[in-house]
Design a protein around this ligand. Structure first.
Ligand code: SAM
Ligand code: SF4
Length: 345
């Protein structure tokens, strides 16, 4: 826990990880995330300016936040992304800075982002088959994405993390091939269970591929040893060391740390009890849970001249009221009104 952390909730969880969504717009249209025609994007006047993002981020860092992830929508669409990274990198204490991106255009931006202070990157790659990529994202950009991943690794953002959402009847069968590819390239792969956060509200438990099913499929060609949720237990991914299987020898030969694969099983194995995350939307709303149905407006008070102390108070109160868990599967669960792309994944 940061020495001056004030972000503690009723259940004793301390928030140290802030995700900032820079935009709700996107260069892809992943079927599990948004409809083909896109969404009604947030009006520009409602979006936080760069100065507002930096000011609010500074308040969070003052409250004990130690890592900031920039996401979206697609954060690479934000024209001044590198400037924002560089300004966040000047905070003291300096937070760890990371990016979650679909990789489109990353090939031209990776080096500049590292120079600006970016520490880590997660790139979403759900398939390595061009036709599937087109069907899944409704855009023909796989080559661009793979070039972006390679550029990120070459720029020193290693190991690059890869996020993959598996969908039954689509890319589920590709899980072992994705892992083989990631091991050969030196990327760290994490599978994410599909969550009820799609804009179409079409999520269906029958279509979702569960952690258990992923492990069963991987287990046909890999020997996996469960090693837990990161060093402090708060990482959302449950990690498995790869003792044997395709691509493993390649990884070992490259001299990387122990090869592993992660599974983020938010639906079937929720990690809410250890959640240390907060989210700031691109229109300045604080969300204490991906699945929260309420938000705390920080943009309004900021624009009205609230002091750092007043903003800190708003954030502290919001965090104190963080819900215990998402409750997916309970009879009372209701999908949040904002889709994932407008919350910041
Ligand atoms: N556009 C960027 C990207 O795709 O990486 C950043 C934003 S995206 C919302 C962040 C992550 O959320 C991606 O890895 C994406 O695959 C994942 N995602 C999107 N919708 C999801 C859903 N309904 N359930 C689970 N993961 C989802
Ligand atoms: Fe865009 Fe990411 Fe959603 Fe795909 S998952 S549509 S890349 S925001």
């Amino acid at each position: 826990m940061a020495a001056d952390s004030v972000l503690i909730d009723r259940f004793g969880r301390v928030a140290t990880d802030l995700r900032i969504s820079l935009t709700d717009r996107c260069s892809l249209r992943c079927t599990y995330c948004m409809p083909a025609e896109g969404l009604d994007w947030l009006p520009r006047a409602e979006l936080l300016t760069d100065d507002e993002i930096v000011t609010l981020a500074g308040v969070f860092v003052g409250c004990g936040v130690t890592s900031i992830r920039l996401t979206g929508g697609e954060p690479l669409l934000h024209r001044t992304l590198a400037e924002i990274v560089s300004r966040l990198a000047q905070f003291s204490p300096r937070p760890e800075l990371s990016l979650t991106t679909n990789g489109v255009g990353l090939v031209d931006k990776a080096e500049g982002l590292v120079a600006a202070g970016l520490d880590r990157v997660n790139v979403s790659v759900d398939t390595l088959q061009p036709e599937r990529f087109l069907a899944l994202t409704r855009r023909n950009r796989l080559a661009d994405v793979l070039a972006g991943v390679a550029a990120a690794a070459a720029a020193g953002l290693s190991p690059v993390k890869i996020n993959a959402v598996l969908m039954r009847g689509s890319n589920f069968d590709e899980a072992p091939a994705l892992l083989d590819w990631a091991l050969r390239q030196g990327y760290r792969l994490r599978f994410i269970e599909h969550m009820p956060l799609d804009a179409q509200q079409a999520w269906n438990r029958e279509v979702m591929v569960s952690a258990e099913e992923i492990l069963e499929l991987l287990g046909r060609s890999y020997s996996l040893l469960p090693i837990g949720h990161g060093p402090d237990g708060s990482a959302p991914a449950e990690d498995f060391e790869i003792l044997d299987g395709p691509g493993r020898a390649h990884w070992a030969a490259a001299g990387h740390e122990r090869p592993r694969v992660g599974i983020i099983a938010s639906v079937t194995r929720p990690f809410c009890r250890d959640c240390d995350r907060l989210r700031l939307t691109s229109d300045g709303q604080l969300r204490t849970c991906l699945f929260a149905r309420d938000e705390t407006d920080l943009r309004g008070p900021l624009r009205a001249g609230a002091s750092v102390a007043e903003l800190t108070e708003l954030i502290t109160v919001a965090v104190a009221g963080k819900q215990s868990g998402h409750g997916i599967g309970s009879g009372s669960f209701q999908q949040p009104l904002r889709p994932m792309s407008a919350i910041g994944g």
